[in-house]
Structures are given as structure tokens and as C-alpha cells.
Design a protein around this ligand. Structure first.
Ligand SMILES: *Cc1c(COP(=O)(O)O)cnc(C)c1O
Length: 370
């Protein structure tokens, strides 16, 4: 098809290569037969999905060139590797955004449910502005998401077993050498069936407060889902995992005493029936799940504050939980602060009734919730 030719999407195999085969990126092993009309995906173990990448049959591709000035009609292509210029904007300067949303099988009959896809579309538009990229319209985005779900419907897990995770990407695919926005953009969506994100499943997780590495700074891009926000924090996340923690909690980079969020999810603390979550002021990713929980909690009569949340707020909370498309609503069992003493001293400067040695000194455990 048109988009396959333009993007050089390959079905796998074929073509001579100058590189030893072990250097080639992996080609997806996909059934070449069109099975988009089928229900029920192959021999998948729906009970043990996790968050691994199970490739599906189709992806959606839509391009935007400087001459065209906007995104034209996109189309479905077989899922597979894409060809990019070595001088593409995304490879050289990280000009790219991603999104994540889920499609569920309906409980009450045939069909699928998307969770607030317009919110993801609007967030991509906002991020595209920050990253000097054109963006698909909300209608184009939602249409593309629906097409991707329908083409891969045999991969939507049975009700209650998970969801089809959709990963829209917007990248500067055009070639450019000097530092400037790319001359061409590609919007893509691929899909993968997923279960729970943390290996703990829906059980409560343990988090480690990261005190050296920061994920965002004022004036930076922490508030948009740019691909360049994530590799710099892999180190913190891997270190925490190796110590047995499910994820890291990042602190603000100015005062180093307010908690912002985890690597891929937002944070809430509950105390005495009041709910608080860090305010999004450019350094926190404004989650669709976060916004939905705020709305649901307010509708149920809870007072919800979007404000600064200190480590002490975290430690004295009755309940703590994380929210995100991938993690859903995950209860937090414990939070460890390595250098509690340092935070206690800093707080003592502002707040005379804090004991500089802090309760217990080295670390804090916080139980409850879930
Ligand atoms: C995507 C993401 C979230 C969660 O956003 P949702 O829209 O709820 O999925 C939170 N924090 C970060 C850093 C993220 O990338």
C-alpha cells in the first residue's frame, strides 16, 4: 500500500543486508494471513499477560510533510519495522511524543470500550506544540485509535483479563542536520494486549524516593509525554528494581523535598478523608487517570487538593496510591526515604518544631492502604 511504500514497512525477511544478521533489529514473527476479522487471539495465555510486548497484526500510519502542511489520510499497515533516515529528527534530537491508552472488551455485549481517548489526543496536541511538531486533530487521533483496535480485535483480551494497550507515537521522521524541527512527521499507533504492569499484579507496591536523579525541571518538558523524558531516569528505576522496589518516586529538582510522581504514574495521598495530589505545574505529567480520579473523588464528596506534597505528607498519610493507564490504580504499601535525616534538617530550617534527627533517622516505613 501507499504508506508501506513510503515508510518502507517490511513484513520481515527479504532484502540483502551488509550487516551481520545479529546486528539487524528483530523482525516481528507475524502470521502473514489477514486475520483481522477473527475474534479471540491465537494461543495466548490470557491469565499471564503482564506488560510484555506481544506484537499484533496491524499498525496505523499517517504522515505529514512540510508541503502538505498537515496530516492527510492515514491507513492501516501490517505491523512491522519502519525505515528511518539516520538523520531523522527523532533519532538525532529526540523530537518525539508518545501516548498510551487502553481498549477493553465490553461486559454488556459485543464491541469495545476506549477510556477517554480525546484526552490523549488533546495531550498529544499540547505536547506537539512544546516540541515544535504538527499534531493530528482530535478527530484524526480518535479515528486512528478505533481503526487500530478493530484491525487487531482478536488481540483484545477477554473481559477481566486485561486490555489492548494502544501506543500512539508522533515522531520527526524527516531528515535534518542542523538543529531545527524535522521537515516531515509520522504519526503511528501500534497495539499490544497487556495484563498488569507491576509484577506485584494489583497488590500493593513498595516505592523508593530517588534523591539524586530528577525527572523534570521547571521550564523543561516533564509536563508533556516526550520520548526524551524517559531514558534519563532508567538508571534510577533499574537501581530501585535491583533493590526490590517496584518503582521510584521523584522529588522536585528545586527544593528536593516535594514528591512529584513515579516513572510512569501519578501519586495521591489520603489523610483524614482528604485527598491530595501534586499540582501539575510543568514538571508533572498530567495523567488522564489522575484527572479521572480527581473528578470521581470530588463527585463522591471527597475534598481533593492539587498542591505541593512533602515527604512528611507522604509519611503521615493514611493511604497512598499511584494512577496511570498502565498501572491503573495501584495501592502503595511502603515508601522508603534513604536520607530521611537530610529532609528533616531541611524542613527544620522552615519549620521549627521538626526534630532534625527525624523519627528513626535512616528510613521510614509507611503501612496501610489497599
Ligand atoms: C503516562 C504517564 C503518566 C500517567 O498518565 P495516564 O494518562 O494516566 O496514563 C504519569 N506519569 C508519567 C511520567 C507518564 O509518562
Amino acid at each position: 500500500t501507499h504508506s508501506r511504500r513510503l515508510l518502507g514497512v517490511q513484513d520481515g525477511g527479504g532484502g540483502r543486508s551488509l550487516l551481520p544478521s545479529r546486528w539487524k533489529s528483530s523482525q516481528p514473527q507475524l502470521d502473514p494471513v489477514d486475520r483481522s476479522d477473527e475474534e479471540g487471539g491465537g494461543d495466548i495465555d490470557w491469565d499471564n499477560l503482564g506488560f510484555g510486548l506481544t506484537p499484533t497484526d496491524y499498525m496505523y500510519v499517517m504522515r505529514c510533510t512540510q508541503e502538505e502542511g498537515g496530516f492527510s489520510r492515514g491507513e492501516l499497515a501490517r505491523y512491522g519495522n519502519i525505515e528511518l533516515s539516520p538523520s531523522s529528527g527523532v533519532l538525532n534530537y529526540g523530537q518525539g511524543l508518545f501516548e498510551g491508552l487502553k481498549a477493553y472488551r465490553r461486559a454488556d455485549g459485543p464491541g469495545y470500550t476506549l477510556f477517554r481517548p480525546e484526552e490523549n489526543a488533546r495531550r498529544m496536541q499540547h505536547g506537539a506544540g512544546r516540541m515544535c511538531m504538527p499534531s493530528p486533530s482530535v478527530e484524526q487521533f480518535v479515528h486512528a485509535v478505533k481503526q487500530t483496535v478493530l484491525a487487531n480485535k482478536r488481540w483484545v483480551p477477554p473481559q477481566g483479563k486485561g486490555a489492548l494497550y494502544l501506543r500512539p507515537l508522533l515522531i520527526g521522521s524527516g531528515a535534518i542536520l542542523g538543529l531545527a524541527p524535522a521537515p516531515e512527521y509520522t504519526f503511528m499507533i501500534y497495539a499490544a494486549p497487556v495484563g498488569t504492569y507491576f509484577k506485584e499484579g494489583m497488590a500493593a507496591i513498595n516505592l523508593l524516593v530517588e534523591e539524586e536523579i530528577h525527572r523534570a525541571m521547571p521550564g523543561g518538558t516533564g509536563g508533556v509525554k516526550t520520548i526524551s523524558n524517559y531514558a534519563p531516569v532508567l538508571k534510577a528505576q533499574m537501581d530501585a528494581r535491583s533493590k526490590g522496589f517496584a518503582d521510584v518516586l521523584y522529588l522536585d529538582s528545586v527544593h528536593k523535598r516535594y514528591v512529584e510522581e513515579a516513572s510512569s504514574c501519578n501519586l495521591f495521598v489520603v489523610k483524614g478523608g482528604a485527598v491530595a495530589t501534586p499540582a501539575t505545574a510543568g514538571t508533572i505529567l498530567p495523567g488522564v487517570t489522575r484527572r479521572s480520579i480527581i473528578e470521581l473523588a470530588r463527585d463522591s464528596g471527597y475534598q481533593v487538593e492539587e498542591r505541593l506534597v512533602s515527604i512528611d505528607d507522604l509519611i503521615s498519610a493514611d493511604e497512598v496510591f499511584c494512577t496511570g493507564t498502565a498501572v491503573g490504580v495501584t495501592p502503595v504499601s511502603t515508601v522508603r526515604v534513604q536520607d530521611r535525616r537530610r529532609h528533616a534538617v531541611e524542613e527544620a530550617v522552615h519549620d521549627s518544631d521538626v526534630d532534625p534527627d527525624g523519627p528513626g533517622g535512616g528510613q521510614e516505613r509507611m503501612d496501610g492502604c489497599g
